[in-house]
Write a protein that binds this ligand. Structure first.
Ligand SMILES: Cc1cc2nc3c(=O)[nH]c(=O)nc-3n(C[C@H](O)[C@H](O)[C@H](O)COP(=O)(O)OP(=O)(O)OC[C@H]3O[C@@H](n4cnc5c(N)ncnc54)[C@H](O)[C@@H]3O)c2cc1C
Length: 671
């Protein structure tokens, strides 16, 4: 029997494992398996909204596989809840455990799935499954769906590998005839004659029944996007046909980005849509517009917008590659020189953290952004960056302390983007410019008349425009007139106690005498002062020689190799100038040399070559050809002595036979 193991790839299009099974030349029985894995669900980053979104994807795919596909109405909650799975076998059980159970009852011929770049627990789970497969002689074939390269030894190769991934034809979606044939080969699970599996779910499991998720995180978000491949395709279609025209000009403001942004992120995260599908179809649309441009000049904003959108799609894999190459960055600073910052005994303030998490900091724009996330699970890039900047600079909170809360409120939580972005915004990568947002100015720029603020902070609804960004400046006579109380140092809220704040997100408070009043807190910190203090602390570390040495190594391992235009790390190259200048003046390049492990003779030669490179004014800290060759020889020697898996350069399949000379997936010669 063949098993297709669905993970973050619940869709029919661009799905190599499903296409292979449906094409089914071998006519073996098959099983399409999805698991609610207790060990993965117990991660502190999991939220009920994630599970509910995945469930919608499962229902949609099951309907498609059973030939009854089509868009489901958003409010058809009953269908999502009570759908009976026909084609997908869903179990609430661990992965290795379930494969063992299946194999015991009916031998597995092969497992087909997609590669995953995710948090450390999923990495551990994948290793356990691979170990089980090896021990039981069950081949597991992992297909690439993100363009990320496993075991990438040199960051310079990332782009070429990624382009090769994009150039490969997408697998054909199964035809209705193939699906019909496949349905006949699906094995019976749970029936009198079929195999019996622990934790079998006939219908989607309600997140509120998942004991692994902590009780306060099991609920759903009322206004989140609906999941499923059909919804994803509709969303993408509306972006390419009309919403995307003003993408470039509209994505910075939270008022416009909801419409002009693609809002594909949750679909890409949970695999209801593939990255390659988006890139390929956007390219087609760009070609169409370019042809139209020959007859009229109108498509210019469209072309600019789609070029910018395409580059973000590439950033996605660029960032995910960082986590793939260094899984520890989920837990550790990318540049270890920053590891003592924000981790001194009195750095963490619980009250600040609680106020930030609940949108009660007294900074209206910050609070509106957080409450928007709590309400619908989505926010545009700039506002996410601003929330992190406020937490890590103004409130001096450690990025590790805020990461789980953000992961839970992001419906599109993708570890490969999340951790590198968090660290970049918190200033702990060593290779990115320090970015401290002035949150009041951001509010005035992006939401001048306070539309977004009023939407999410009902207590400020009546406040006039001139005070909407700084309500604490309102004289008390005006507060009375507009029926709102703005906190002062002696806060009523403080008297009510922080636990009460949780129940008062609507802004309505009840006093002991029974009177209701609208209340909004005063700012919990002095914005300018805290920003200055934070910048000073960070600059001190940045200026140290040892930090520069470490930062060089981070750049070599993870930095974008782009030299023109906007950098993929989200900053203009100018912002990287300190790192680049450093490369120019660091004539000895001792830091780099140590990482390339030269012999003394090579070291001397290479220093000479590097000096020449500096004189030639080459910007990037690229290792010389010889150093690379030396490094490669060393790594391949290491690979020979220490058996390990290797990734095919052509198809990216992860080969398990360490000494194999050809790829067992595509048959190409190992490079
Ligand atoms: C602190 C922080 C954490 C973030 N965490 C996540 C996360 O967990 N998951 C996530 O998908 N995005 C994350 N982002 C990136 C970005 O904010 C979202 O991808 C974007 O807001 C999603 O909206 P969209 O689909 O309309 O994006 P669009 O602007 O339409 O972009 C299209 C796609 O490109 C990718 N993309 C866009 N911007 C970036 C970026 N800066 N880096 C990498 N990929 C990008 C996303 O897959 C996105 O769906 C984070 C940003 C920050 C600052």
């Amino acid at each position: 029997m063949d098993v297709v193991w669905l993970k973050k790839d619940v869709r029919l299009h661009d799905h190599a494992p499903l296409s292979l099974i449906a094409a089914g030349g071998n006519c073996r029985p098959c099983l399409i398996l999805y698991l609610y894995e207790p060990d993965q669900l117990s991660e502190a980053t999991v939220h009920g909204s994630h599970v509910a979104f995945v469930n919608e994807g499962l229902v949609d795919l099951d309907l498609r596989l059973s030939g009854r596909g089509g868009s489901i109405a958003d409010d058809d909650i009953d269908l999502y809840r009570h759908h009976q799975f026909r084609c997908i076998t869903v179990c609430h059980a661990g992965a290795a455990f379930t494969f063992r159970e299946i194999h015991r009852q009916r031998p597995i011929h092969q497992i087909l799935c997609h590669m995953e770049t995710s948090h450390l627990k999923s990495f551990a789970r994948d290793k356990a499954v691979r170990r089980w497969c090896r021990a039981n002689n069950v081949p597991i074939k992992e297909f690439n769906q993100t363009g990320v390269t496993r075991c990438l030894s040199n960051r310079d190769d990332f782009s070429a590998n990624f382009n090769r991934f994009l150039d490969r034809p997408m697998p054909e979606s199964p035809s209705s005839d193939q699906l019909r044939q496949m349905r006949r080969r699906l094995i019976d699970v749970g029936g009198a004659e079929g195999i019996q599996l622990h934790g079998l779910c006939r219908s989607p499991m309600n997140p509120t029944d998942m004991q692994e998720i902590s009780a306060q995180n099991r609920h759903d978000r009322a206004n989140r996007q609906r999941g499923g491949e059909s919804k994803a395709l509709d969303m993408f279609q509306s972006f390419l046909s009309h919403r995307g025209a003003n993408y470039s000009s509209g994505i910075s403001s939270p008022n416009t980005s909801w419409t002009t942004g693609s809002r594909l992120s949750p679909y890409l995260t949970w695999g209801h849509m593939s990255l390659r599908h988006v890139i390929v179809h956007t390219k087609r649309r760009q070609e169409e517009l370019r042809s139209a441009k020959k007859v009229s000049s109108s498509p210019i904003p469209w072309l600019r917008s789609l070029a910018s959108f395409q580059s973000r799609m590439h950033w996605r894999s660029h960032f995910m590659q960082k986590l793939e190459s260094q899984p520890s960055l989920e837990k550790e600073d990318l540049c270890l020189a920053f590891s003592k910052l924000r981790r001194q005994p009195h750095d963490f303030c619980q009250e600040h953290y609680d106020a930030w998490c609940q949108g009660l900091t007294g900074f209206p724009f910050v609070d509106a952004c957080m409450r928007c996330l709590i309400d619908c699970g989505w926010l545009n890039f700039r506002m996410r960056a601003m929330l992190v900047s406020f937490a890590t600079y103004n409130l001096w909170l450690d990025w590790k302390k805020i990461s789980c809360h953000l992961a839970r409120v992001f419906l599109d939580y993708e570890p490969g983007i999340h951790y590198p972005q968090l660290q970049m915004q918190a200033g702990t990568t060593g290779i990115n410019a320090m970015r401290v947002y002035n949150v009041t100015k951001q509010g005035k720029d992006q939401d001048p008349s306070g539309i977004f603020i009023r939407r999410y902070i009902p207590e400020l609804r009546n406040v006039p425009d001139e005070y909407i960004h700084e309500p604490y400046n309102m004289p008390s006579s005006m507060q009375k007139k507009y029926l709102v109380t703005i906190g002062n140092g002696d806060d009523k809220v403080a008297r009510l106690g922080f636990s009460n704040l949780k129940q008062t997100l609507s802004g309505v408070y009840e006093e002991t005498d029974g009177n209701n009043f609208l209340y909004y807190p005063s700012p919990i910190v002095d914005e300018k002062l805290t920003a200055k203090l934070a910048k000073d602390k960070l600059s001190t570390v940045r200026k140290q020689e040892s930090t520069k040495v470490e930062a060089d190594q981070v750049f070599l391992k993870h930095g974008s190799r782009r030299s023109r235009g906007e950098d993929r790390d989200g900053v203009k190259p100018k912002a990287l100038s300190s790192a680049i200048k450093r490369v120019r003046v660091d004539r000895g390049q001792t830091s780099l040399l140590s990482s390339w492990k030269f012999s003394p003779h090579e070291q001397q030669n290479s220093s000479e070559r590097n000096e020449k490179t500096v004189d030639n004014g080459v910007l990037d800290k690229k290792p010389t050809a010889m150093s690379q060759a030396s490094f490669r020889t060393e790594s391949s020697q290491a690979a020979m002595t220490e058996p390990r898996e290797w990734s095919c350069k052509l198809c990216t399949y992860l080969n398990e036979k360490p000494l194999a000379l050809v790829c067992s997936m595509c048959g190409s010669v190992r490079q």
